[in-house]
Design a protein around this ligand. Structure first.
Ligand code: TXA
Ligand code: MG
Length: 335
């Protein structure tokens, strides 16, 4: 494989955006900010460009990509929408919701891993929206990390992981949501299925759709669920240091372990400090915890700890705690 010089990080000036839109039209890869995590984008109508994404990430060809749109007018050229999808789009787009729909013939197999369905989302990040508009293209983009690693929530994270594989990174600041979009399968509009929990919860989807939304068995990657959502491997988003998940961490337990082990609490613990003590959000607020989750995992992983202990989020079983715990479970799944 050819190794490019280190990737360049671009600020979102009008000139840079025109330059990057040109690169996308020429079939090059551009890492882009989104409100969820950074994505690695290519022209979704160009099979050759999309295949470069798999090479750069080391992603198996069986794991399909999400197509990002600028406007609802583009949807019929990518997918076959139904009224349930249009209702959700009206409520949640632009935003962190991805829908699985039958694909339009214009979408190459390289995007969908050969499946007859396609994942679509309209992102909210203003710089990406401008780039989508300037390029005039639907953009295929998975998260901009090496396959299996923690998703990137800043331009620097992207450069750390893919700096030698790609040339262009658009800097849009830290991702404000911090975990990947909610994915809902709407191929059978009366039997929607939640494939990946996110900040838009199952209850919110049910509210808009007026029907029950089914979930995959959580945390398990049974054969059937792997087929339903090919990317939903059990081990994903993983730091290099082993991660152990706890329902609750007591201070006594922390004190029984050596300082070479790190402890990540949801909220800032009282009466416990040290260079091996971390938290996701000072007051335990779940939105903040989601925003900081991947950044914190990377930060702790970069230090020389031999073990990372993480406390699970508590909360409504259909809410944001579910999405956070889903990512934590994958981080902790053994190699
Ligand atoms: O927030 C996000 O969704 C971010 C940003 C960049 O938009 N993207 C993202 O993509 O997280 P990533 O790396 O998770 O990959 C897309 C996932 C696949 O792993 C797979 O689970 C699911 O989307 N997916 C894509 N196409 C699908 C399809 N046709 N059927 C079922 N699942 C699909
Ligand atoms: Mg990913």
């Amino acid at each position: 494989m050819t190794h490019h010089p280190r990737a360049r990080i671009y600020r979102g000036t009008p000139r840079n955006l025109v330059h990057l839109a040109g690169a996308l039209r020429r079939g090059e890869l551009v890492a882009v900010p989104t409100e969820t995590v950074y994505g690695l984008a290519a022209n979704a109508l160009d099979a050759r460009a999309c295949r470069k994404i798999y090479t750069a990430k080391g992603r198996p060809a069986t794991d399909p990509l999400i197509v990002h749109l600028h406007s609802l007018d583009q949807l019929p050229s990518v997918a076959v929408p139904n009224s349930a999808a249009l209702r959700l789009a009206k409520k949640f787009w632009p935003g962190p919701l991805t829908m699985i729909l039958p694909k339009n013939a214009s979408i190459p197999d390289a995007v969908t891993a050969g499946m007859p369905s396609v994942a679509v989302r309209m992102p909210r990040h203003p710089l990406l929206r401008r780039l989508l508009k300037l390029s005039g293209l639907p953009l295929a983009a998975p998260s901009a990390n090496q396959f299996g690693c923690v998703s990137p929530t800043s331009a620097e994270h992207v450069r750390d992981g893919l700096g030698r594989q790609i040339r262009h990174i658009l800097d849009g600041g830290p991702s404000t949501i911090g975990i990947e979009s909610t994915i809902v399968d709407l191929r059978q509009p009366r039997r929607p299925r939640l494939l990946r929990p996110g900040i838009i919860t199952k209850a919110e989807l049910e509210d808009v759709l007026g029907v029950r939304v089914y979930s995959l068995p959580s945390g398990k990657s049974s054969r059937s669920s792997a087929q339903l959502a090919p990317g939903m491997l059990k081990r994903h988003y993983s730091p290099k240091t082993p991660v152990k998940l706890h329902r609750k961490i007591s201070h006594a337990e922390v004190r029984r372990h050596p300082l070479s082990e790190a402890w990540v609490f949801l909220a800032r613990p009282r009466h416990l400090t040290g260079r091996n003590i971390f938290w996701l959000a000072p007051n335990g607020d779940l939105r903040r915890a989601a925003r900081h989750l991947f950044h914190r995992l990377r930060e702790v992983d970069a230090q020389a700890f031999v073990q990372i202990h993480v406390e699970r989020a508590r909360g409504q079983p259909t809410g944001l705690a579910t999405a956070i715990n889903d990512r934590l479970r994958r981080a902790a799944a053994s190699r």
